[in-house]
Design a protein around this ligand. Structure first.
Ligand SMILES: [Zn+2]
Length: 119
């Protein structure tokens, strides 16, 4: 029964610390075995939780330059699930926010134009 050594010491789903003998995460309840069977072999490295903390400077960078955020998301998605999800979210916000602001300005401009015509 040495197969237990292949289990990650951190839950790949929620990042909680798990014991090497448990097959399901005590925090989120998801199976740790199916994750390994899904192609992630025994040598998969799970970083300590401290290394997988979403990084604020990179989140800000992703917000202003969404392309960088997407690249970082793809780069981190394997090793740092939490960090990658955060940077991906900010890239999306950074991509959508200018569109919404632009749309608001267009509506505002349209309404001002409409008001000045109706006089
Ligand atoms: Zn979990």
């Amino acid at each position: 029964m040495s197969t237990n050594s292949s289990l990650p010491s951190y839950c790949p789903h929620c990042g909680a610390s798990v014991t090497s003998t448990s097959t399901t995460c005590a925090v989120c309840g998801k199976s740790l075995l199916t994750y390994n069977q899904a192609g992630n072999q025994s040598n998969t490295y799970y970083p300590p939780l401290e290394e997988d903390i979403p990084s604020t400077p990179f989140n800000v960078l992703a917000f202003f330059i969404p392309v960088v955020g997407v690249v970082l998301y793809a780069l981190w998605s394997g090793q740092y699930p939490r960090k990658s999800r955060a940077v991906g979210k900010w890239a999306l916000i950074g991509f959508v926010a200018p569109l919404i602001i632009g749309l608001l300005f267009m509506v505002l401009f349209f309404m001002i134009a409409l008001l000045s015509f109706s006089r």
